[in-house]
Design a protein around this ligand. Structure first.
Ligand code: ADP
Ligand code: MG
Length: 393
């Protein structure tokens, strides 16, 4: 059991909280502030316990000087100030005298947001390579380190793993909640159904293997199902198929003949675009040049029978191209079935979580994980380095 923020006396202490404030931003506007909202509980706890709160977070990737302009955390500082109802001081550097003076002048209940930790990635990749000097420097700014950035826990960076070596450390409320909720999937109440959608099978092959093995039934959709159907001899014409994974799909079908459940119908179009004419097909009869981009009602019916017969569901990956209004039917329908089922339902994966929130299912499930890769690695049974780095109780 990891130490919790509640295990420390925070009074008058400089508390460094690593949050995951990596929100989508376009032209300076935040498109979805879910990650900021999810970080509030820990930040508010520290404030109400009289801490001096120093927040670290990354935002996007920094591979050039130009990336810095588009990935400043300034808009996040403004949104965070609005949400907290007082000014969060934004420090526009990741090290140096401005940052050190800002920390020196803090009073209890003050909050500082430090510029994007990945600014340290250009040019020397110090954050992402877990540079020890950088970690030691950030640690020197605080008395206690709290990791609440679940979304990066599968990465060993200076701001989550490195820094924990030099300070007393604990996890925040969000990480605590994520671990507890994901444990519903790590040790599921059976029967256990997984729904695996998304694009390329190759990207997630280990997760797919692991989850199929662990589940009682695996309902497949998206590009993953296309690859399995191709392995079974179907011709899905122009659909996204992961050629490299066809043989692997064949082996899995052989190994788990009654576990793997595939869609039987779907909606298709001639291009990977929205607003084109949509055709409905049974998947053994798809016309030339057509791309299957969503599952159809017969598949939703089949999937819902398996969902109704189980106790726990883990869903990773939308079952269609749910970003396009013409192909959101399947993903929305499956969310509706899951909501009505009242089973233990956990959604993990960046795109699936975003779709659930976008379609209005934010409060309909047991848990929607804030961590894409991190939730998958945890569910796979791997240890997450940034959790490992935190002190035990
Ligand atoms: P997650 O982020 O939830 O783990 P993925 O990143 O694996 O999910 O997959 C999401 C992507 O899969 C989305 O961009 C979606 O458009 C795409 N996708 C889903 N179904 C299909 C399909 N039939 N053909 C092509 N792309 C698909
Ligand atoms: Mg994704």
């Amino acid at each position: 059991m990891k130490k919790s923020i509640k295990d420390f006396d925070l009074n008058n202490k400089r508390v460094i909280i690593r949050c995951d404030l990596n929100v989508p931003i376009k032209d300076g506007k935040i498109l979805d502030d879910n990650r900021i909202i999810q970080s509030l509980q820990t930040i508010k706890w520290a404030i109400s316990n009289n801490a001096k709160v120093i927040i670290l977070s990354h935002l996007g990737r920094i591979k050039s000087e130009a990336d810095k302009k588009n990935n400043t955390l300034l808009p996040v500082a403004i949104r965070l100030s609005n949400l907290l109802g007082f000014e969060v001081k934004f420090v526009n550097e990741t090290r140096g005298s401005v940052l050190e003076n800002a920390v020196k002048n803090m009073k209890p209940k003050d909050v500082i947001l430090v510029e994007n930790t990945r600014f340290e990635d250009y040019p020397f990749k110090k954050e992402s390579s877990n540079d020890e000097n950088l970690a030691r420097y950030w640690a020197s700014l605080g008395d206690i380190f709290i990791n609440d950035a679940f979304g990066t826990c599968h990465r060993a960076h200076a701001s989550n793993v490195g820094i924990a070596k030099f300070l007393p450390s604990a996890v925040g409320f969000l990480v605590e909640k994520e671990l507890m909720m994901l444990d519903c999937v790590v040790n599921p109440k059976r029967p256990f159904v997984v729904i695996l959608g998304g694009a390329k099978m190759n990207d997630k092959i280990k997760v797919i293997d692991n989850l199929i093995e662990k589940s009682d039934y695996a309902l497949l959709a998206g590009g993953i199902a296309n690859t399995f159907l191709t392995a079974k001899g179907y011709d899905l014409k122009a659909s996204l198929i992961d050629e490299e994974s066809i043989n692997h799909a064949k082996e899995l079908i052989k190994k788990y003949p009654s576990k793997i459940i595939l869609p039987v119908d779907g909606y298709a179009s001639t291009k990977y675009e929205d607003n084109l004419k949509v055709n409905y097909y049974l998947l053994d009869n798809v016309d030339d040049n057509m791309m299957v981009l969503d599952i159809g009602p017969k598949s939703v019916d089949i999937f819902s029978k398996y969902i109704d017969s189980c106790n726990t569901v883990f869903m990773n990956g939308p079952v269609g191209v749910s970003e396009f209004s013409n192909f959101e039917y399947g993903t929305k329908s499956i969310f509706e079935v899951l909501k009505k089922s009242k089973k233990i339902v956990v959604i993990g994966g960046g795109d699936s979580a975003a779709a659930a929130i976008r379609f209005g299912y934010k409060d309909s499930f047991t848990h929607i994980s804030t961590g894409g890769g991190a939730s998958l690695e945890y569910v796979e049974g791997k240890t997450l380095p940034a959790i490992d780095a935190i002190e035990n109780k």
